[in-house]
Design a protein around this ligand. Structure first.
Ligand code: NIG
Ligand code: FE
Length: 416
């Protein structure tokens, strides 16, 4: 089906310079068109502009379904560029322990945390894991997410890491909503029990990375660079191997402690540095004008009661900022990017415009997918959201209420 969206009160195109993420003042530009029009043909956008331009565009063409969008806001589908949506089991007991005063680190030391999820993922068959994870996709869609990234990292041995990646790849090929799903290898998420760290890193470098690369099972490689997990030097070694095998680095760093992850990310041309709740001022300066995306995960700060990523300082230093859920059972149990946007506004003082670019344009860049998604421009995929308010500002202002009416993925309605 081909569609014409007409009389759109706020058409948020998020248009930008092709191939370049938005940083500094550019992050505040959402390419807003008032009373705009949008045309989709099959899975693509073919027009975005004014009513007058539309009339010219439509000459000699017909067979479109027309949608009157007066009083509505239309924007690009959201992109969640950092999630751990494949897992089994629950950690609600740990959540209650944290509410009674235990910290994430204390729970991990006592054998909970990532290790607990590793235990249940190893017990689950690939089919079980796929069925549980596929049911979670609906909750992303309900809040406007049309593209996600998904990480391994709860297997921590070759077979179980590959099992997780196979689940992600099978869902990427075929899922109920046609979501785009990008797989990330996060074998270096933690050190499994019964193996020395040296042995485990050797296994990652000499067994997992070559097999994953050969089977084309991941696009990205990620490491948890943190005290008690992987040091900066170990991260560097894992990244170097990953890059040699064609994987693109992204990094969990500076979540609880700042131990040199930013330097390693810069050295290895990482696409993004994620978390950076406790990033040092000097590291912010080092990231300035590099084009590496800073992915803030304010849902983690909220859920774990830890500091918020200094988004204002990052934006003021020309670092392109993205926002993601980090959906996972331990540090952020939500798929709702709208909630993340509210936190980014209230807790991180980002503007509504910066926030919208952070979950569209810059998030597309953080997945190496800016050519296809992240803005409503001719040639891009028709991943489109219709909201029931005339001003995009209500997306942030009217918090904790979901005013999303319709979601299109590649030109098809997947939620209404
Ligand atoms: O992004 N920080 C490391 N990894 C996840 C948490 C994983 C878990 O607790 O299961 C995160 O916060
Ligand atoms: Fe994460």
């Amino acid at each position: 089906m081909n569609y014409i969206f007409r009389n759109i009160s706020n058409l948020v195109t998020c248009k930008g310079i092709p191939g370049v993420p938005k940083s500094g003042k550019a992050q505040n530009d959402i390419g807003l068109l008032k009373n705009g029009c949008l045309v989709t043909e099959k899975d693509k956008i073919t027009f975005a502009g004014s009513e007058k331009e539309l009339k010219k565009f439509l000459k000699g063409k017909n067979s479109y379904k027309e949608l009157d969008c007066s009083g509505k806001t239309v924007m690009p589908g959201f992109i969640d560029s950092h999630t751990h949506f494949v897992f089994s089991g629950s950690r609600s007991d740990e959540y209650e322990m944290r509410i009674s005063g235990s910290t994430y680190e204390e729970i991990a030391k006592a054998g909970g945390g990532i290790a607990k999820t590793v235990g249940s993922v190893r017990k689950s068959t690939k089919e079980e894991l796929k069925s549980i994870s596929s049911k979670r996709l609906e909750y992303f869609v309900q809040y406007g997410t049309t593209t996600i990234e998904g990480k391994s990292g709860y297997g921590l041995d070759t077979n179980n890491e590959i099992k997780m990646l196979d689940v992600i790849n099978e869902l990427a090929k075929d899922n109920e909503f046609g979501l785009d799903i990008f797989p990330t290898f996060l074998g270096a998420h933690s050190i499994p029990k019964g193996v020395s760290k040296k042995e485990y890193i050797d296994l990652i470098c000499y067994d997992m990375i070559p097999k994953i690369s050969e089977g084309k099972k991941a696009v990205f490689i990620d490491v948890f660079c943190e005290k008690g997990y992987f040091t900066a030097d170990e991260t560097d070694r894992i990244f170097s191997e990953g890059v040699r095998f064609g994987l693109i680095p992204k990094l969990h760093t500076d979540q609880f402690n700042s131990i040199g992850g930013v330097d390693v990310a810069i050295k290895n041309n990482a696409l993004s540095v994620d978390h950076i709740e406790v990033i040092k001022k000097n590291d912010i300066r080092k990231l300035s004008n590099k084009g590496i995306i800073a992915t803030a995960l304010p849902g983690v700060s909220y859920f774990l009661s830890i500091p918020y990523t200094p988004a204002r300082e990052l934006i003021d230093n020309n670092v392109p900022v993205s926002l993601a859920t980090d959906f996972n059972p331990g540090s952020c149990m939500t798929q709702n990017l709208q909630m993340i946007m509210s936190l980014a506004s209230i807790k991180m003082k980002m503007t509504a415009e910066e926030i919208i670019n952070a979950v569209t344009y810059n998030a597309a860049y953080a997945l190496f997918n800016l050519g296809k998604t992240g803005s409503l421009e001719p040639g891009k995929q028709a991943d489109i959201l219709i909201y029931d308010f005339p001003s995009y500002k209500d997306l942030i202002y009217n918090f904790a209420v979901n005013r999303l009416i319709t979601v299109f993925k590649k030109g098809k309605i997947i939620y209404d």
